[in-house]
Design a protein around this ligand. Sequence first.
Ligand code: ADP
Ligand code: MG
Length: 302
Amino acid sequence: MARFDAQPFVRSVDNGILGPFRVPSAPGGGGRMRRMGRVVAVANQKGGVAKTTTVASLGAAFAEQGMRVLLVDLDAQACLTFSLGVDPDELELSVNDVVLGSAPATEVIMTVADGVDLLPSAIDLAGVEAHLLTRPGREFALRSALSEVVDDYQVVLLDCAPSLGVLTLAALTAAQEVIVPLQCEMLSHRGVGQLLDTIEDVRRILNERLVVMGVLPTMFDARTSHARAVLDDVGERYGLPVLEPPIPRSVRFAEAPALGASILATSSTSKGAKAYREVALGLLRAWKLGPGRRAGRRRSTA
Ligand code: ADP
Ligand code: MG
């Protein structure tokens, strides 16, 4: 089975993504050489596959490792925003204003639970999609809006909506890498081919540096051989690395959002929290980022 050291990472190194790179000229994006944080989109147009849970949990795990982390909520349901203890109805500014260019990201980003920063969503994000549709260069809206803050972070995670709409395209255009969470159930991977086609289009037309890091199996039930079979099949069928370990199914995940923090804080020693920590460490190793390299600023005892 493909693992962390599989092809896409090699390709990302060859592309020079690990070093400073040129931000292509995009509307408002500039063209300077800059060292930027890693921008990773967590995407799957299917709902309920644990995109939001993955963003919150990996974000907390990176923060535990001393990384400066920004999470961006791109879903009009604002689940990530809610789950980190922020009421989207009470926000004066949100990612909407940032994407539409009416407020700088620095004015909207807030520090939340788990030692991460959040660019929160508000419910009217759905209206933003309609607004963006009338604008030229709309796919670059997020990339250029984030360009002034990515340098302040080592990892930026984009929590995509369950659609392949404008905001998901904008996320794929802003990102260097994509992680595809996948529920290990029969047929749950039916949309993966379509997602990969979209990613390929984005790579060809909008963002040539984009690399799929792999699929992340979620809600994994090790007791069923079926889950393992689905996993192996998906890795092979799409030629994608499978990020390990799979995230086990656990009720602890459902409890965390109501407590306003990720499972890493609310159930720190649970198997689910440990699995996300391991995935995060694997990603840091693949990026050659980690304690003792560029990090070390913050270390939690969780
Ligand atoms: P998405 O963002 O893809 O729609 P969510 O992260 O919101 O998915 O997860 C959907 C539901 O599944 C949520 O209620 C969440 O708490 C739950 N969930 C996520 N991961 C797990 C898991 N490993 N085990 C059990 N439930 C989970
Ligand atoms: Mg979600």
